[in-house]
Design a protein around this ligand. Structure first.
Ligand code: ADP
Ligand code: ZN
Length: 518
């Protein structure tokens, strides 16, 4: 589309309906691609401005843009917001009576609607209007829900593949804030849009300071943290409903306007909490992960994770609710092994248990990082930072390194001798010369590195291994029973004498003593 036409239509529409003069990065390119009738995949962080990418084209297309969204609870708000801006929008769901539903279908047939929000479950009721003469564009929000590789799989999303088959000429725009490479591929395949152009925005939210602390005295640490920020809004995520209530109570005792939020509350109560938070009547919401999707509050100054999230996608999405206004904000995560064990318990017996555990391991690696945390976080989404960020606890307070080349060589060569096929636990067992059934049954006691690291404690090996993974020398193959495998760079350590710098575990002395005791 020619630049002149863009200016003629895009900017005035942006100004008239949304009140903005400029596009955010990528928005213009995405919108142009959609208007040209191409399938599009948008990966943009929360707060990046995804909605306009389909709302603005919707205004310029002749028919209606169908917006598929999993969040029935939020549809009304979204539609009200659009209506307030003078945009003809509606939502369609099973809570409406048949009269209302028919009215909406009529509006579509008369081309009176620009946007129609619908949950995937309700699509079948739209059969009469699912025609190319009515539908100009299909937007699929939270598109990661279609993939079981993603972190929020929803079976109802899996039927969406029929859309491209029945409306082959209608452009589809799929949008999500969280999708690693495998998930992106899966989204394209399942939606039948293999040639969709992909727009990957930077995931870097530079204004959010990343920090991880050991979970000793968590409650006290949180009270101290919040007391210093009495005027600021924040969200504290807890694993359990009970946890949210207990913590809110403790904060209230300190005179902080805090409240709990979880799926066990009534719809009215939940709406009230959201509203009070948005209008600053409540400063701190102690919530389960049920809180936050779709909440458009720009001045959230901190997000605290009382417990570790079960994967990096979730963590990233949750901390992304801080600092949407671009001002300095904090993300504080408390880390304890007890949480890891608890999260493991949740995944037990799940059909994708291995995948979930692998994702949990990555979360744990992030929490235990000795390298710039932002590098690790962005690396997870396939984005590489050249320099350390300077805005995370590791950058601000770097750990001290020693020449750990010998440890690295032992560990990496052990992985090589195990042919990149065993998980971390076995590799460490072999290094430590363990004599358990798993080792002996596979005859690993004859491997050359067997026992080569027996003077080093198990936990210390784990600590070193985490760093080697974070430094990119080896990786966990999630889809192959979590086997450890070497990367290209590992060769430099094994064959080219490259030095590796590691940090010592904090209680190294005690541990070595314990482990060498008879
Ligand atoms: P996402 O869906 O990616 O989380 P939203 O679409 O809700 O993000 O947009 C986040 C915020 O940014 C909203 O308040 C929105 O109005 C605002 N926004 C979007 N595009 C622009 C723009 N071009 N200029 C200024 N603000 C914008
Ligand atoms: Zn950093």
């Amino acid at each position: 589309m020619a630049e002149a036409i863009l200016h003629e239509h895009l900017y005035p529409t942006l100004k008239k309906y949304f009140g903005y003069d400029q596009f955010r990065p990528q928005q213009k390119e995405i919108i142009t691609n959609v208007l040209e009738g191409n399938d599009t995949l948008v990966i943009m962080p929360t707060g990046g401005g995804k909605s306009i990418c389909y709302q603005l084209p919707a205004l310029l297309f002749e028919g209606v843009t169908l917006v598929i969204s999993p969040l029935i609870a939020l549809m009304k708000d979204q539609v009200d917001g659009l209506n307030a801006n003078g945009i003809e929008a509606e939502y369609f769901n099973s809570s409406q009576d048949s009269l209302k539903q028919q009215e909406i279908l009529d509006q579509v047939a008369q081309k009176k609607l620009k946007l129609l929000y619908v949950a995937p479950e309700s699509l079948s009721a739209l059969n009469d209007i699912l025609k190319e003469s009515y539908i100009s564009c299909i937007a699929i929000d939270e598109a990661h829900c279609i993939s079981s590789w993603g972190h929020d799989f929803r079976p109802s999303y899996q039927q969406l593949g029929f859309l491209k088959r029945s409306l082959p000429q209608t452009p589809i725009i799929a949008l999500t804030a969280t999708a690693d490479k495998a998930t992106r591929q899966d989204i394209l395949e399942q939606l039948n849009i293999p040639n969709a152009q992909q727009f990957l925005s930077s995931f870097d939210r530079k204004n959010i300071k990343l920090e991880v602390r050991p979970a000793e005295n968590r409650v006290k640490q949180i009270l101290d943290f919040v007391e210093k920020r009495r005027e600021e809004s924040g969200i504290i995520y807890c694993l359990s409903r009970k946890g949210t209530e207990k913590l809110a109570e403790k904060l209230q005792h300190k005179g902080i306007k805090a409240t709990a939020y979880h799926a066990g509350l009534s719809f009215e109560d939940r709406s009230k909490v959201q509203e009070d938070f948005i209008f600053d009547k409540t400063k701190v919401v102690c919530a389960t992960v049920a809180f936050g999707m779709g909440i458009d509050k720009s001045n959230v100054r901190f997000v605290i994770h009382y417990n570790m999230p079960k994967n990096i996608e979730g963590y990233y999405q949750e901390i992304g609710r801080a600092g949407r206004d671009g001002l300095a904000s904090n993300a504080l995560l408390f880390h304890t092994y007890a949480d890891v064990i608890q999260l493991r318990r949740f995944t037990e017996g799940a059909s994708n248990e291995d995948l979930q555990n692998a994702k949990l391991d990555r979360m744990k690696e992030f929490a235990e990082a000795t390298d710039c945390r932002r590098k690790i976080l962005l690396g997870y989404f396939g984005e590489y930072l050249e320099e350390n960020c300077g805005n995370c606890d590791v950058c601000e307070n770097p750990p001290r390194f020693f020449d750990g080349t010998i440890y690295a060589q032992k560990l990496l060569s052990c992985v090589a001798r195990l042919q990149n096929s065993e998980p971390a636990g076995i590799v460490i067992d072999v290094l430590r010369g363990a004599q358990n059934a798993a080792i002996l049954s596979k005859n690993y006691q004859h491997i050359k590195t067997y026992g080569a690291g027996k003077e080093t404690a198990w936990r210390d090996w784990q600590h070193y291994l985490t760093q080697l993974i974070n430094q990119g020398f080896c990786e966990i193959a999630f889809h192959r029973q979590n086997a450890l495998q070497l990367t290209e760079v590992a060769k430099k350590v094994l064959f080219e004498k490259e030095k590796v710098w590691l940090t010592k575990p904090k209680d190294l002395k005690e541990q070595t003593k314990k482990s060498t005791a008879p």
